[in-house]
Design a protein around this ligand. Sequence first.
Ligand code: PXG
Length: 453
Amino acid sequence: MNEHQYSNISQIDTAHHIHPFNNAGELKEKGVRVMTSAKGVYVTDSNGKHYLDGFAGLWCVNVGYGRERITRAVTQQMNELPYYNSFFGTTNTPAALLAQKVTEHAGPHMNHVFFTNSGSEATDTWFRLARTYWAALGKPQKTAVIARRNGYHGSTVAGASLGGMKPMHAQGGLPIEGIHHINQPYWYGEGGDMTPDEFGLLRARELEAKIDELGEDNVAAFVAEPIQGAGGVIIPPSTYWPEIARICKARNILLISDEVICGFGRLGTWFGYQHFGVEPDMAPIAKGLSSGYLPIGGVLISDRVADVLTKHVGEFNHGYTYSGHPVAAAAALENIKIIEEENLVARVHDDIGPAFHAGWKTLEDHPLVGEAESVGLIAGLQLAADKATRRRFENGDKLGSMVRDAALADGLILRATGDRMLASPPLIISHAEVAHLVSITRKALDTVLTAVN
Ligand code: PXG
C-alpha cells in the first residue's frame, strides 16, 4: 500500500472502528496512527517511522516480531485443521500438546489448563471455577472474592469488577456483587514513613482482616497480579507475597495469581509466582502464551482444584467456541518452543534482565525521577518532585504524558500510567537496544524538564 492509501485507512478507521479504552470523539478529531509492519523489537508506522517497542505491543510480544517459525506453524495447521471444537469429548493435537507444554513449566502442583481466547475470559473462567470448587465441596456460601484496588484483570463483567479501576467501575454498574477490594502494596505512593518491608506486611494483612470481616466460610478466593502491570508496574515489597500465601493457606481460601503479564518469562521465571516463591491454586494466562501472534489465553489449574473438578463437579458448564483453537494453539506451541530453544527465561534472569535493571536504575539521578525499578524485563519509573520525601508532582499525570510523547517523537514507545513511566520490551531485546531505550528515556525526561522550567 502507498502512503495515500494509508491516510485513507486512518479516515476509514475513525469513521467506523470504535477502539478499546479510547475516547471515540477525541480520536475522530486527532486521527489514528496506522502500524504497518514490525521486525524484532521495532514497529513501523504508515509514514515509515520506526519505533523501538518498549512495550512489546501490549505487554505481549515476548519473542519479538517477525518470527517466521510461528507463521509456518500456523499456516500448516490452517491447512490441516483450521478449526474443530473441544467440546463433546473431542480434542486436537496442538491443544493437547500445548496443555502438556504449558504445565511442564508451571510447577509440580500445576498440571492442568483450561483454554480461553483472552485474559479476560480466563478471569471469568477461574472466577466461576473457584465458586464451583467450593460448592462441590459442600460450601456453596463460600463465594466472595477479594481483589485489589488498582489491579487489572480484564474488561468483561467479572474482569472489570475484580479489577480495582474506579473509571471502569463507573461504567456498566460494576462491580458485581460478592467482590471486595483491599489496598495495593504501592510503597512509593502510599507507604508513608514505613520501611517497604513493614508496609508489605501491613498491606498483606489487609487480606486477613478482610477475610475475618466477611467470615472465612464466605470467601472463595483472593486474586492479584504478581506485579501489577496496567496499574503502573507496582513491584511489591519482598515481605508481601509470602505473607499473602500464608494467609490464604491459614484461612483456606484459593490463591489466584494473574499471570497474564508476568507469565512466560517476563520476570525471568516462567511464571511470576515462581519469582515470588508461592504456589497459587489457579493462574490465568494469555499475552506471552502466544506472544500475541494469535489470541489465546487460559487458566492454569492446580491438582487441588482439578481433583475436585474431576471427582465432584460433574459437568462444568463453561466453555468457549474457540477454547483450544487448533491454530491459536499451534502459534502458542511454536512460541513456547522459541522461548525454550533460545533460553529466553534464563536470558532474562541472568543476562538481559540485570543489564536492563542497571541501565534503567541510572535514570534515578534525573531531577524528575523518584525511583526506577525493574524485575526481569518489566519496569516502572516514578516521577517525583522531591526524592527525599517521595513527594509527587501535582500535575504528575500531565508530566507522564509529556515524557511518553517526547519518547514517541524520538522513536521509543513507552507507557505512561499517571505519573509512572512503564517499560516491558520483548524478551529478545539486545544490549544495544536496551542502552538505546534508556538513553531515549533520559532524553525525553530532559525535554520535559526543560519544558516545565
Ligand atoms: N489480567 C491482566 C493482569 C492483564 O494485564 C488481562 C487480565 C485481560 O487480558 P485480555 O487478553 O482480555 O486483555 C490483562 C490485560 C494496559 C492494558 O493499559 C493492559 C491489559 C489490557 C489492556 C490494556 O496496560 N492487560
